[in-house]
Ligand binder design. Structure first.
Ligand SMILES: Nc1ncnc2c1ncn2[C@@H]1O[C@H](COP(=O)(O)OP(=O)(O)O)[C@@H](O)[C@H]1O
Ligand SMILES: [Mg+2]
Length: 348
């Protein structure tokens, strides 16, 4: 997929702007608070139908009552025109080629992208919920039908938890155990496969881009270890008394996690800030390797990287369409040999 252009009207600090991008590397340069992250947020909105951090109305320019975005995205020689509109009365319209988008998952199924921001180191530092969300996005990109499985699991989990709290109805809980085991086992298998692929790709990036001698591994930590649906079911059943005491389901894929190991040691526990940042960049770039023709949105990826690593990151990005922001001066990037003729410069 290639993002050809985006027209932005009243989105955050951008009143009326039109940006064109090319395949390969696009470098967006601008001072602090000039709207670099806001531009990536606008692109993200067109691809996902929502922001990565804020409610829709907060994206409207302070002095306006609405925002409008129009993106032109090419995929397999076909042009998708994505139109987004949000106003202060919470009216929201998203259309692809003039056809209304009813579910945001329609967008995720269509457009593949990777978004990296400085906060992305939370992937290692934060609690398991952050990693599960990331992992499930990766799973959904490879297996779009899994989006429904995730939703069905959440519904079945909530129902089971409700029954655990209402003592008199606990005899019919088995219906939910069967359903949870079926969905949970499917999710666990897909997560396991995806982590394996992601781990291999991360290793490649780690050596190629960072030329790091240490090892990196991503290891899936399932809450229930099982090699069949039946085994998953039996383990869920074993927890029944405990679940009844707690009033919720204490084991299952909603409790899964994965570890990032550097030199076989947990990065969360032992790695330095710098190593954590490199590991996260490697994982996000690896995610791009897994999906052909993803668009890379890389916010402020250069900070804390030396010129050698910056060059290597750019080298990898040449195989994709990358939109990279930086607050550095153009002159200093030129003198470091980072800006070549094939880079499309966008000055904010
Ligand atoms: N809804 C909004 N309307 C107008 N300006 C906004 C809105 N939301 C944020 N801003 C402004 O956008 C600027 C930050 O833009 P940002 O994209 O984060 O900059 P950077 O180039 O540093 O990434 C700030 O000056 C902020 O006040
Ligand atoms: Mg920014």
């Amino acid at each position: 997929m290639i993002l050809k252009s985006i027209y932005i009207e009243n989105f955050r600090n951008h009143k009326q702007r039109f940006f064109e991008f090319k395949d390969g590397i696009n470098l967006v340069l601008g001072k602090n608070a000039s709207g670099k992250t806001n531009l990536l947020e606008a692109i993200y909105f067109c691809i996902c139908g929502k922001s990565f951090k804020a409610r829709d109305v907060n994206l409207i320019n302070f002095e306006s009552d609405y925002f409008k975005l129009e993106a032109s995205i090419f995929q397999n020689d076909f042009e998708y025109k994505v139109f987004c509109y949000v106003d202060r009365l919470s009216q929201k319209r998203i259309m692809i080629n003039e056809k209304k988008v009813n579910k945001l998952s329609e967008l995720i199924e269509k457009f593949k992208f990777v978004y990296f921001e400085p906060d992305s180191t939370e992937l290692i530092k934060q609690d398991p919920k952050v990693r599960r969300r990331f992992l499930d996005m990766e799973v959904a990109k490879i297996y779009p039908h899994m989006i429904k499985t995730f939703q069905d699991y959440q519904k079945a989990l909530m129902s089971r938890n409700a029954f655990l709290k209402s003592y008199d109805k606990k005899d019919i809980i088995d219906v939910y155990d069967v359903e949870l085991s079926k969905l949970g086992y499917q999710i666990a298998k897909k997560r396991e496969e995806t982590i394996k692929k992601l781990s291999e790709a991360t290793k490649q990036v780690w050596y190629e881009v960072f030329e790091d001698k240490s090892t990196i591994d991503l290891v899936y930590r399932p809450s229930i270890e099982s090699s069949s649906q039946e085994e998953y079911y039996n383990q869920l059943k074993k927890q029944f008394e405990k679940d009844l005491n707690f009033g919720f389901t204490t084991k299952g894929v909603h409790r899964d996690d994965f570890d990032v190991l550097i030199n076989q040691k947990s990065a969360k526990e032992y790695a330095s800030e710098g190593q954590i940042k490199l590991a996260c960049i490697a994982i996000y770039l690896a995610s791009a390797k897994l999906f052909e023709r993803s668009v890379l949105l890389l916010d402020d990826i250069f900070s804390e990287l030396d010129d050698e690593k910056r060059k290597n990151v750019l080298g990898l990005c040449r195989d994709y369409q990358a939109i990279i922001t930086s607050a550095e001066e153009k002159e200093s990037l030129i003198s470091a040999g980072l800006i070549k003729d094939d880079i499309n410069l966008v000055q904010l």
